[in-house]
Design a protein around this ligand. Structure first.
Ligand code: FES
Length: 107
């Protein structure tokens, strides 16, 4: 599927993401090096750091947030109504054309 990802400098990247590798959005961002190493995915995708926060800009229906994701976003900085944790968004066919913007780096 195709994803549109706006990096922290505001630059738009259109990338291909596989649906058959059990990847999440944070891992896609890392695989294309759209954020510097060590600034995203710090907790390894456990919904415990918010370094993978992104803003969802397209109107795709995403799966509901888990309690862990809700709890982490309640403590994170720069949270908006459309904030999600990238590591909790699994790459599925439904997400073709999804557009997200990476949230600023915390601290
Ligand atoms: Fe830590 Fe997503 S990588 S919350």
């Amino acid at each position: 599927i195709k994803l549109k990802i706006v990096d922290r400098d505001g630059k738009l990247h259109e990338v291909d993401a596989p649906t058959d590798m059990n990847m999440n959005l944070m891992e896609v961002v890392r695989s294309y090096e759209l954020a510097p190493e060590g600034t995203i995915g710090i907790c390894g995708g456990m919904a415990m750091c918010a370094s993978c926060q992104c803003y969802v800009k397209s109107d795709h229906q995403l799966p509901e947030k888990t309690d862990d994701e809700e709890a982490m976003l309640a403590e994170a900085f720069f949270v908006k109504d459309n904030s999600r944790l990238g590591c909790q968004i699994h790459i599925t066919d439904d997400l073709d054309g999804l557009e997200v913007e990476l949230a600023p780096e915390e601290g």
